[in-house]
Design a protein around this ligand. Sequence first.
Ligand code: PMP
Length: 389
Amino acid sequence: MKNRKLLMIPGPVEFTPEVLRAMGMPTTSHVAPNFIEVFGQALERLRQVFLCSNGQPFILSGTGTLAMDTAAANLVEPGDHALVVNTGYFSDRFASILERYGAQVTQVGAPVVGDAPSVESVEAALKAGSYKLVTLTHVDTSTAVGISGLAGLAALARQAGALVLVDGVCSVAGEELRMDEWGVDLALTASQKAIGVPPGLALVMAGPRAMEAFRRRRSPVGSYYSDWSYWLPVMQAYEARKPSYFGTPPVNLIWALNVSLGQILEEGMDARFARHRKLSQALKAAVHALGLAQVPVRADVTAATLTAPYYPGGVDASLLSHIGAAGVIVAGGLHPQIKDRYFRVGHMGAVTPSDILTTVGAIEQGLARAGYRFELGSGLAAAQRTLAA
Ligand code: PMP
């Protein structure tokens, strides 16, 4: 019997065999000609994945939080005003990071957990103040709330003269994000989600306006490691296929990144966004058919990269181990206000229709073991109908 379970949490996710093979290769020197080529290619491919033709990519050893930290460290000067469009736990984190670098942070929040702030409330906040930057969490992984009107909010923020920063940790390469077209000045992510590479890379794409704001800084960057003054020449050198050094790059992770980016671009960004949407709809249809409510309060605040169902009446977090016993790992709740009332299923990266069906099957088995009464197979049937449509 296979004893490996299917990993369906919102990162890390299941990785392709090609990506995992790159992780296991003999490590080369970070200035070996073949690695320089791989690093250079990965930087070029990132522009295509972020749909940001003139962006400056940064590939750093670290996690998504480092990517957020880097963005704040390089763009915030003490006293700058920032507006955080808050959709949950990770928006709170962005606010804390901005404050750490001296920003005066104003937040515009959602009326309830599971909702996103209205366009009108963001517009009103933009009118009431003057902000150097606005942050948006494209998909808040704690609530599965996705901002579907991101392009419109970005346009409003830009009209108000602010830089638009997007936390795309749970979105880039899964949820539709078009930096050029939507006027996003900086987007960031981490390797372990829709990018499809084991944890360990912080990825930042800074557009021309963000780089200009960085160049115009008057005060030094408050973090030594994050300072783009050190990393920019390194990224530029590798892209020009020249050796460079500031901190030793994570050679195998970058090798794996380049493999994954190649696979992403081979699929094509439009096809990839569509696949994520369809698989997400199939899982959400199954959850609905099983009689489980979801944290996002409406379809227009629903992410394509994860699903957050509430436990049904009489069922608690022990459901997770029942689902695990049926072969699929899902994640518990994260938002402090509702943590014990819901669970999360990630579906991003190399996820397939059969992964969705396996997951729905395991959720049904888990619910049955937890004593929940429902018609076995009703979730699977709903998922199948969506997948076949
Ligand atoms: N932002 C979002 C939206 C996230 O989902 C996460 C991780 N779940 C982070 C930031 C932080 O990323 P990391 O855990 O890699 O530091």
